[in-house]
Write a protein that binds this ligand. Structure first.
Ligand SMILES: [Zn+2]
Length: 254
């Protein structure tokens, strides 16, 4: 894939994002190789792109002990702003739940030890994810911050996590009238407690085989503005401020 046409195509996507007014993109990993690719992408575009590194629940059972060590070194790297995507997916169960829980806990601890936020994937596992994240707020465990991405829960879950200092991130499904929980959450959350995202390559606006690129996040912001009775610009500044707090001042200067 890493040929000249691919590179040109990627630069075109980045160009369209900048043209549309997007000022910061967080690119997560889902295994060691994609995490290294996210770091390389951020290094190539430090003015626009931040990298997160992590093992997605689908791949929880895959890393060798040496790969886990390598990921921990990468998580501590100053070029990396967050640990993710990590979490639990009991919808597809592509790794055993035992392996998912172990990888999730390992990476929560990894993020806490390097004092970086977590990017959380939760599918059909909301109660367990809520318990795990809020447990990190207890005495003696330090503090953990992070974001629950592509939010698919209800307003109560969103508010519980926001009260615990976590952000909620919305993707295109919040524009669907059937997404009652996420829409109610988006309307009720306090300002400064949410982000917008693409969840690319999934959830493309045109469906299945269409490309989902950063400009999709603008559609999400426009819908949040409608749901909250405010302007897209107000949503954008709230999201930018929340993102700066999430990743820390040093990563927010672009
Ligand atoms: Zn995800």
């Amino acid at each position: 894939m890493q040929d000249a046409a691919f590179d040109a195509d990627r630069e075109a996507v980045i160009g369209r994002a900048v043209e549309a007014g997007i000022v910061r993109i967080l690119a997560p990993g889902y295994d060691l190789t994609s995490s290294q690719a996210a770091v390389a992408l951020a290094e190539a575009h430090p003015e626009l792109i931040d990298a997160a590194v992590g093992v997605h629940p689908h791949f929880s059972a895959a890393p060798t002990p040496a790969e886990w060590d390598e990921l921990a070194v990468l998580a501590a790297d100053p070029r990396v702003v967050a640990v993710g995507e990590i979490g639990l997916d009991f919808h597809r169960d592509l790794s055993s739940r035992e392996a998912q829980r172990a990888a999730f806990e390992r990476q929560l601890a990894m993020a806490a030890s390097v004092r970086k936020p977590v990017l959380i994937h939760s599918r059909d596992a909301h109660d367990e994810v809520r318990t795990a994240l809020l447990a990190w707020k207890g005495p003696g465990r330090g503090t953990l911050r992070g974001v629950l991405h592509c939010f698919s829960g209800d307003a109560t879950l969103a508010q519980d996590l926001a009260a615990g200092g976590y952000l909620i991130s919305f993707a295109l499904p919040v524009t669907f009238s059937s997404a009652r929980g996420p829409r109610a959450a988006a309307a009720a959350l306090p300002g400064g407690s949410f982000l917008v995202e693409t969840d690319s390559p999934w959830l493309a606006p045109g469906g299945g085989d269409q490309r989902n690129e950063p400009t999709t996040a603008l559609r999400v912001a426009a819908e949040l503005a409608r749901l909250r009775g405010t302007s897209p610009d107000a949503i954008a500044s709230g999201v930018a401020a929340a993102y700066r707090l999430l990743v820390g001042v040093s990563a927010s200067t672009g």
